[in-house]
Design a protein around this ligand. Structure first.
Ligand code: AQP
Length: 333
């Protein structure tokens, strides 16, 4: 049995992108023989400023959504990162193992920091070290990731290798990325070249997993497209990022291939396509949204699920990180 670790930032309400690219796969992973640990990475979330009250609400909201999607706390460990101090302690050690040059090569820092890198938090710069600590604190060996995170996983392996080499041990295992088939990359509804993001300033750019049927319908109707009809072949979507994105969403949410979707809609305008896309999304999202609200109606029970999860997570991470601290030369606490 291997251990799987994955995290999501409570930086807003999860989007259809988070759902199709990550959450839906996490639920499926619970069927495997592996032990699953799912973490609401609030330490990562504050690498960009969050209002304190909003962060608390977003963390509960994300927990409720994960449960509503089918994460089962009886089978998996679900908790918030700041509740287990092992993450921050190991991240500090890794800050001292990783090299500046390694971090400077991280493309996600460049993307997220934007033009004014000098104004980015130092936390954002060392974000990959914390991500490495999240995984290595559990000796997890499988991490479900999208393409955009592969570079961070390579760095996590480089850090582990250097740690093992520096201290003459074989303590941290190698991590394998779990590249999931059918894992979809969902793009913004306003710009098909940009990833759909929960922190995009425009709410019209995304479908939130808590949107009502009316909101979903309205956002899909207003989603950017082009004047040409839907083509017959998938390769004809290559230079039409918005159309390609909507066809991709349609295919993923209805369990078809883009080819099958185009076979049905080829030659038609976007009107009828969008109507059916909105219907399919509503049928999928509405029950999840309803269950999320039910979990949020009982914050005490929700907090208890996270506390239990943190307790179980700490029971795994504490001895591993304590041993890492001993190897580094810290006196025991
Ligand atoms: N648009 C997307 N399509 C497919 N997968 C996506 N993920 C995020 N957006 C898409 C996947 O969701 C998981 C959790 O992501 P995260 O919250 O830890 O960070 P992120 O990738 O930075 O997601 P956001 O929504 O864009 O957050 P903000 O706006 O706060 O930066 C990851 O597995 C990610 O690949």
């Amino acid at each position: 049995m291997a251990r799987i670790f994955s995290g999501i930032q409570p930086t807003g309400i999860a989007t259809l992108g988070n759902y199709l690219g990550a959450l839906r796969n996490w639920v499926a992973l619970q069927e495997s023989e592996d032990e699953c640990i799912f973490c609401l990475v609030d330490l990562h979330a504050i690498t960009n400023f969050q209002e304190a009250a909003a962060l608390r609400e977003q963390t509960r909201q994300m927990a409720a959504l994960l449960l509503a999607c089918g994460i089962d706390p009886a089978r998996s460990i679900l908790f918030h990162q700041s509740a287990v101090s092992a993450h921050a302690r190991l991240a500090w050690i890794f800050n001292c193992v990783a090299r500046m040059g390694w971090l400077k090569r991280m493309t996600q820092f460049k993307d997220k920091a934007g033009r004014d890198q000098e104004a980015a938090s130092t936390g954002l710069f060392v974000y990959p070290n914390l991500m490495a600590a999240d995984i290595h604190a559990y000796h997890a060996t499988k991490v479900p990731v999208g393409d955009d995170q592969l570079q961070h996983l390579e760095l996590a392996n480089d850090i582990a290798e250097k740690f093992n080499h520096d201290f003459g041990v074989a303590f941290f295992p190698r991590i394998e990325p779990l590249v999931l088939k059918d894992s979809a990359r969902v793009m913004s509804l306003r710009d098909g070249t940009k990833k759909m993001s929960k922190s995009d300033p425009s709410d019209q750019s995304r479908i939130n997993m808590t949107d009502t049927a009316d909101m979903i319908d309205q956002k899909i109707r207003k989603a950017k497209t082009d004047p040409a009809p839907l083509p017959e072949h998938v390769h004809d979507l290559a230079s039409r990022p918005e159309a390609r994105n909507l066809v991709g969403i349609f295919a993923t949410i209805t369990g078809q291939t883009p080819h099958q979707v185009l076979h049905h809609f080829a030659g038609a305008g976007f009107g009828p396509f969008k109507t059916q896309l909105a219907e399919a999304l509503i049928a999928h999202i509405e029950p999840i949204s309803l269950r999320t609200r039910q979990y949020l109606d009982d914050p005490t029970a929700l907090d208890q699920i996270l506390k239990d999860g943190a307790h179980r997570a700490a029971a795994i991470a504490e001895p591993i990180v304590t041993e890492a601290e001993r190897l580094v030369g810290f006196l025991s606490r």
